[in-house]
Design a protein around this ligand. Structure first.
Ligand SMILES: [Zn+2]
Length: 146
């Protein structure tokens, strides 16, 4: 998302819109963007710096680390904020700032039941048996009784 400084009036600028998925590298990890990035930003220039703040929202499809099933997740950045010195070019690209904030809000170990409304299949059978490994096996004894 590139903004030319000439586009920003003295009293600031409000921008709303959509951008293509800003994090294509997501695709390589079994996850993917499920829609465009939606942004709502206020921009302004003061004392030789560009500032911007607002909200970002990006629907993604992630793979649950427990049940390995894909599920929908919405990455919400509620307080996106940028303050960058205006040093050279008049065209400022906000995409790197957006990418950074979205990646920070991406859950490192996504669970499909994290946002509610869904129960992870992997947690249901293991809830009575948290270790998941030490189930006593009595079948050899049963054979002895025979
Ligand atoms: Zn799951």
């Amino acid at each position: 998302m590139k903004i030319h400084l000439n586009q920003i009036p003295h009293d600031g600028l409000h921008l709303e819109g959509e951008e293509d998925c800003p994090i294509p590298e997501l695709e390589t990890e079994g996850n993917r963007c499920a829609g465009p990035l939606v942004y709502s930003l206020d921009l302004g220039i003061s004392e030789g710096a560009l500032w911007a703040n607002g909200t970002l929202s990006l629907p993604v499809e992630l793979r649950c680390v427990s049940c390995l099933e894909p599920f929908s997740y919405n990455i919400e950045v509620r307080s996106f904020a940028v303050h960058t010195e205006l040093t050279g070019p008049e065209l400022i690209d906000l995409t790197p700032f957006m990418r950074e904030d979205i990646l920070l809000n991406l859950p490192p170990y996504p669970h499909c039941d994290r946002q509610g409304g869904r129960k992870c299949k992997a947690t249901i059978p293991t809830s009575e048996d948290p270790d998941g490994k030490r189930k006593p096996d009595w079948s050899p004894l049963d054979k002895l009784k025979l």
